[in-house]
Structures are given as structure tokens and as C-alpha cells.
Ligand binder design. Structure first.
Ligand code: ATP
Length: 462
């Protein structure tokens, strides 16, 4: 089995209709990506899994879909306007640009030392770089510019005039839309603590070092849950969600040896956080953050209470205590999950007859196409195959392939992770039976046409 390299993965995604370079006919737009027919399906299936486990099956949690454009005071109160900055540093020698914190973190990782960077000023970061003699990973010189702070929020104007009064921001995370609706949801759904509010949607960050394909993008999607609980119970819920999130990734089929927790050391924590952990995945370019899970205390609600002058406290109906709940936030990037799933599932296998097959061993529920229908001989079996196609496409996203030998058609289906191929042959015409082939075992079974839907329902669920 051979693991995929990043360049091959980009080509694979393009060739099979998962992801295309954005605006490609105009020469592209830096780090923008368009999801193609199969990519859209996979993305949608990931969202459905998250929603099912975090909202639908969870009696404590509720979903919303808040606006991307919000009152700019939301971002002033949350601290994003002043603090949502990346420290930009350039190598004077080779002109490569870095995020100073990332440069230090990478150095710390490869030298097995802990160097806290969270909340450090530009000057402090420069001093760290100097004192550890951290060099440019590209040209190995230690000759950097000073650090410039670069705010990540995208700005735009609302209405017809372009002046500062009309300045609004594209949301930098979905979480703030949840915090500002805390009371709306609690009251309208008559909720008692603890409860969670989740949402899935686009976020925008003017990243200074986007890259690694869809790992770091300027426009991306997040799946975030804010779980509100009584202060004092927060660390218990933090532990609960840490475990729940890891189990979720394993249920998606991601190999556990490619996942790990990275607990943030005390010195690394944001000033408002009691505990933070990242779930990291072993990407082809190294370990990288996939999921951030944090105990954010009552920081977010308290800044919005102050900023909006609205009482956001929760009144406990039993004890009559009034307080701001603490929040546990598991925040997952959808595009990074997509990348993880493809990296983890992609294989090149050498078969018994020494031929090679490219196969995406993805969870059947995630597969963009669930079944492909193959008439064995175009001339004789197409009509019957189309009849089956028309019935099954009411329930699943399926495809039809009558081009080339059966072997080639199997390979095409394997390459995009289609878990089942249904072949229509003479037996179908005579006895109403089809052959269904399993992508992973490559074994085939005969089924009566009437049994297909039950078979699929049994095998394609999350
Ligand atoms: P990083 O340190 O990598 O910039 P972060 O700690 O700022 O990430 P969070 O603000 O905690 O990230 O966002 C939560 C999740 O959203 C991340 O774990 C990641 O999966 C996803 N995410 C964040 N920024 C991006 C991005 N630019 N492109 C794609 N996904 C992102």
C-alpha cells in the first residue's frame, strides 16, 4: 500500500472532480478552491455525519444557521478587531514570508521543547527567534524583518457608500453567531443548562500563509459547537467532548494511529481558557491541527454582555442562581476533515495478478457515489440497467457506467470510493438477479432486484 503525496492528491482531486483550482480559466485566485461534483457530495456527507452525531442524536444540542454579516460591534466585543492578528515576518535573505508563531512552533516541535507563543507581542516573538537562533527553513539564514501584525478579518461595506460607518466584517468564525443567539435559543426552546448550540457554515480569514492545498484557506467551512454548562462542571464536559470528538473521527473511518491529542501546556493557553487540546492528524506534510477543543470559561458571553449591554445571565429555575454559563467549544474545520478523509482513505494496491488499483477506502456513508450500475453488454443489458438506476437514484446518489470493459469500470468506481457496483447481465433478464461487488473485498454476491434497497440500507449508514 502506498500513501499519497500532496501534489498527487491535488491532481487526484482535480482529475476525479473533487476539487478544482478556483477561477482557473482566469489564471486562478490565490488559495481559492472550488468543489466539483464528487467533492460537493463528500463535503455534504461529512456535514450530515457531524450534524447527526452532534445535533440530531444529542438531546442536549440544537442547531442554528446564523448570518455571515453581523453588526461590527460583535467583532469589536469579541476582541477580533484588535486581537485577531497574525504576526507576519519576512526573511530578508530569501524573501519568504512566515507567521512568526508558526516558525517558532515548528522549531519547538522538531527540537522537542515547549516554547509558548500564545498572546506574545511582536517584540517578544522576535526575541524568542533571536534567542533560540531560529533560522529560515528555506535558506537557513537568521536575518528576519521586524514583525508586523496583520488582522485576519476581511472587511467589506454594507449599503451604497464606502465609508468607515458602513464597514462590516465577513465572519472569521461561526462561533460568534452562536454566542449572540445564546438567549434567543435558550428562551425559544425553553432550555435548561447544560445545552449546546451548533452550526455549520463558511468563515473567512485573510490568512497570510495559506497553503497545503485545502489545509489553510481564506474561505473555509467550520462545524462548531458551543456547549454551555454550569461553572464547575466545565472540566468534566471538556473531558467528555475530547473523547466524543476523537470517537467521531474514528467512526468516520479515520485510522487511530494517524490521530493524536495535543494538550496545550498551561503557558500556551489563552488568558481566558482553562484547558485546550487539539486533535491532530498526520497529514503527508506532518502533524497538523484538525480540531480545536477548548474550555473558554464565560469569556465570550461576558464580553458580549458588556459590549451589547444586554443581560446574558442564565437563571437556574431550581436554585434561583443567576450566572453566565461556561462554554466548551469543539471547533472543527470541514475542509480539513475532507483533506483528512481523503489522505487517510487513499490507497494504491497491488492485486494478486500484479495489476495495480487506486482505491479510496472511505466509509460507505461518506462515499460521493454509493452505487454504480454497470450493464455487462451495452446492447443487451442497458434498458434493464436503466430501470434499476431510475429506481435507486430516488434513494441514493448513484452513477451509471457503460463505457469500457467491466474491469476498467470497476477500477474507476474504486478510485472514487464507490462502495458497490451492480452488474446487470443475462441472469438479470431471465431471473431478476444482479451481481453486487464490494469495493474493499472485491467479492461478488447475487441478489434479487427486490433485495437491493434493503441491502444498501443495511450497509450504508452512519
Ligand atoms: P491555526 O492555528 O491552524 O490557524 P486556529 O487555532 O486559529 O488554527 P481555530 O480558530 O481554533 O483555528 O479554528 C477551528 C478549526 O477551524 C481549526 O481546527 C481548523 O480545522 C479550522 N480552520 C481554522 N482556520 C482555517 C483555515 N484558514 N482554513 C481551513 N480550516 C481552518
Amino acid at each position: 500500500m502506498e500513501k499519497i503525496k500532496m501534489d498527487d492528491l491535488v491532481n487526484y482531486c482535480k482529475n476525479y472532480g473533487f476539487i478544482f483550482q478556483g477561477s482557473s480559466i482566469y489564471g486562478g485566485l490565490s488559495n481559492s478552491w472550488d468543489y466539483g461534483p464528487l467533492g460537493r457530495e463528500l463535503k455534504e456527507n461529512i456535514k450530515k455525519c457531524w450534524w447527526q452525531k452532534f445535533i440530531q442524536e444529542n438531546p442536549y444540542n440544537f442547531g442554528i444557521d446564523s448570518a455571515i454579516l453581523m453588526n461590527p460591534n460583535v467583532w469589536i466585543s469579541s476582541g477580533h478587531v484588535t486581537n485577531f492578528n497574525d504576526p507576519l515576518i519576512d526573511c530578508k535573505n530569501c524573501k519568504k514570508r512566515y507567521r512568526a508563531d508558526n516558525l517558532i512552533e515548528e522549531f519547538a516541535k522538531s527540537n522537542n521543547v515547549t516554547i509558548p507563543v500564545e498572546g506574545k507581542s511582536g517584540e517578544e516573538l522576535v526575541n524568542i527567534i533571536k534567542s533560540y537562533n531560529i533560522t529560515c527553513p528555506s535558506c537557513h539564514k537568521n536575518d528576519f524583518t521586524d514583525i508586523r501584525k496583520f488582522n485576519l478579518l476581511f472587511e467589506t461595506n454594507m449599503g451604497v457608500t464606502e465609508d468607515t460607518k458602513n464597514k462590516v466584517y465577513l465572519r472569521g468564525e461561526t462561533a460568534q453567531g452562536i454566542f449572540i443567539n445564546f438567549l434567543n435559543v435558550q428562551r425559544s426552546m425553553r432550555l435548561k443548562l447544560p445545552f449546546g448550540i451548533g452550526q455549520i457554515g463558511k468563515s473567512f480569514r485573510n490568512e497570510i500563509t495559506p497553503g497545503n492545498f485545502i489545509f489553510r484557506m481564506r474561505e473555509f467551512e467550520q462545524m462548531e459547537l458551543e456547549f454551555f454548562c454550569k461553572p464547575g462542571t466545565d472540566l468534566e464536559w471538556f473531558g467528555y467532548y475530547k473523547n466524543f470528538c476523537l470517537e467521531f473521527l474514528k467512526e468516520l473511518g479515520i485510522k487511530k494511529e494517524n490521530l493524536r491529542f495535543r494538550d496545550h501546556a498551561k503557558e500556551e493557553l489563552s488568558f481566558y481558557s482553562k484547558a485546550t487540546t487539539d486533535i491532530e492528524y498526520k497529514f503527508p506534510f506532518g502533524w497538523g491541527e484538525l480540531w480545536g477543543i477548548a474550555d473558554r470559561t464565560d469569556y465570550d458571553l461576558s464580553v458580549h454582555e458588556k459590549g451589547s449591554k444586554t443581560d446574558l445571565k442564565y437563571l437556574d429555575p431550581i436554585t434561583n442562581e443567576k450566572y453566565l454559563p461556561y462554554v466548551i467549544e469543539p471547533s472543527l474545520g470541514l475542509d480539513r476533515t475532507f483533506l483528512t478523509i481523503i489522505c487517510d482513505a487513499y490507497n494504491k494496491e497491488v492485486l494478486e495478478d500484479n495489476s495495480e488499483r487506486e482505491v479510496l477506502k472511505i466509509h460507505p456513508y461518506l462515499a460521493p457515489i454509493k452505487v454504480t450500475i454497470l450493464p455487462l453488454v451495452k446492447k443487451y443489458h442497458t434498458n434493464k440497467a436503466l430501470e434499476i438506476y431510475e429506481e435507486l437514484c430516488k434513494f441514493y446518489n448513484i452513477s451509471f457506467d457503460d463505457a469500457g470493459s467491466i474491469g476498467k469500470r470497476y477500477r474507476r468506481a474504486d478510485a472514487v470510493g464507490t462502495p458497490y457496483c451492480i452488474t446487470v447481465d443475462d441472469d438479470t433478464l431471465k431471473y431478476n438477479t444482479i451481481t453486487i461487488r464490494n469495493r474493499d473485498t472485491m467479492e461478488q454476491e447475487k441478489l434479487n432486484i427486490k433485495e437491493i434497497i434493503n441491502y444498501l440500507n443495511k450497509n450504508i449508514k452512519f
